[in-house]
Design a protein around this ligand. Structure first.
Ligand code: SAH
Length: 328
């Protein structure tokens, strides 16, 4: 593996040295998993949140400011059916952190599992809900859960999320204990984040021994305490992604929409840097407009954009790595 100083050097590479790093990471991906990218279809289930993350416009402090929604099971199922009808077999349910969404999500998962049996992966990203709820979600039929640690710097974590890093990490362990396939990830260039802490994050993400990892460059979102901060450094994020690929060759590593938002073509670069996942948005127009994750001007990934990006990166779309029948 790499030493801390080697990791720092790799994060700083630019120009032809950076291109070499990307090439190595892509070769690692292709050798391990083939030149494929897994497609996910995301349905945004609620914009209500009890956490007060300084980077997110859906934070609790803005509760009264935004037009709030929580989808009922019928709507979640209908939108998830569209995901499957389009040929994607990863149903990704994402939302703010609120126990109120549980009843709807749980029922939707049960119905989707009954309808699609073992031909779909049901992936969740709903924040810290505690072991009992994880157990119920797993029993309903969910397969996988992403709970990013966002930053492994304990003081910065507490300051930006108003919650402790230890809590977030113990929730991730609880998810593993329930048998979920799990993912973590960071926001890079988060205001106040040091270069050294990103090096530590890369080591932590390896030690957490997860199936999915991600790096999302910081987007200064309106109506947040960080709205005037500079946007994230895309090259730093891309280098971190390549390093993750080299350290964890079999990982699912998304090329996230935040890359595209800051730099058009950023998601193709993400694939060239070793990514192998892309998420297409299937939320309805009305909920999509109210899901203010990066503010109103976020980059919403369409099927066409995904297809074009994959083609440009020389990758072929494929289904979930978790769904056995899809592996041959
Ligand atoms: N409420 C869930 C889902 C959060 S949204 C949870 O807490 O896990 C999904 C991801 O978007 C977050 O985990 C975070 O990494 C990323 N994100 C949110 N706001 C961001 C911003 N302003 N810049 C970059 N990434 C952001």
């Amino acid at each position: 593996m790499f030493s801390k100083s080697e990791l720092a050097d790799l994060l700083r590479l630019r120009g032809t040295d950076q291109a070499d790093l990307f090439a190595q990471a892509s070769i690692e991906r292709d050798n391990r998993l083939g030149p494929f990218a897994v497609l996910r279809g995301v349905v945004e289930v609620t914009n209500v949140c009890r956490v007060d993350c300084e980077y997110c416009p859906m934070r609790r402090s803005n509760l009264r400011m935004n037009d709030r929604f929580t989808l009922e099971a019928d709507s979640i199922v209908a939108q998830a059916q569209e995901v499957v009808a389009s040929g994607i077999n990863v149903i990704f349910l994402q939302g703010g952190e609120t126990p109120a969404v549980m009843v709807h999500v749980e029922e939707a998962i049960r119905r989707l599992r009954a309808e699609f049996q073992d031909t779909v992966e049901i992936l969740l990203n709903l924040g810290s809900l505690g072991p009992d709820r994880y157990q119920r979600l797993r029993a309903a039929g969910a397969d996988s859960y992403i709970l990013k640690h966002e930053t492994g710097d304990p003081a910065l974590h507490l300051r930006t999320r108003r919650e402790t890093l230890d809590d977030r990490l113990s929730e991730l362990e609880a998810l593993k204990s329930e048998g979920f396939s799990v993912g973590t990830g960071i926001i890079s260039s988060l205001p106040g984040q040091t270069f050294e802490s990103i090096v530590d994050d890369l080591i932590l993400m390896h030690e957490l021994d997860v199936d999915m990892c991600s790096v999302s460059p910081f987007i200064p979102a309106p109506n947040t305490p960080l709205s005037e901060c500079p946007q994230g450094d895309v090259d730093l994020a891309l280098n971190a992604m390549s390093i993750l690929r080299l350290m964890n060759p079999g990982i699912l590593l998304p090329s996230v929409s935040a890359l595209e938002k800051i730099r058009p073509g950023g998601q193709v670069q993400g694939f060239n840097a070793g990514a192998n996942v892309m998420t297409i948005n299937f939320s309805s127009k009305t909920t999509r407009d109210r899901y203010l994750i990066y503010g109103k001007n976020r980059y919403v990934v369409s099927g066409d954009h995904a297809f074009n990006s994959l083609t440009e990166a020389g990758l072929t779309p494929r289904g979930s790595l978790l769904v056995g029948s899809d592996l041959d």
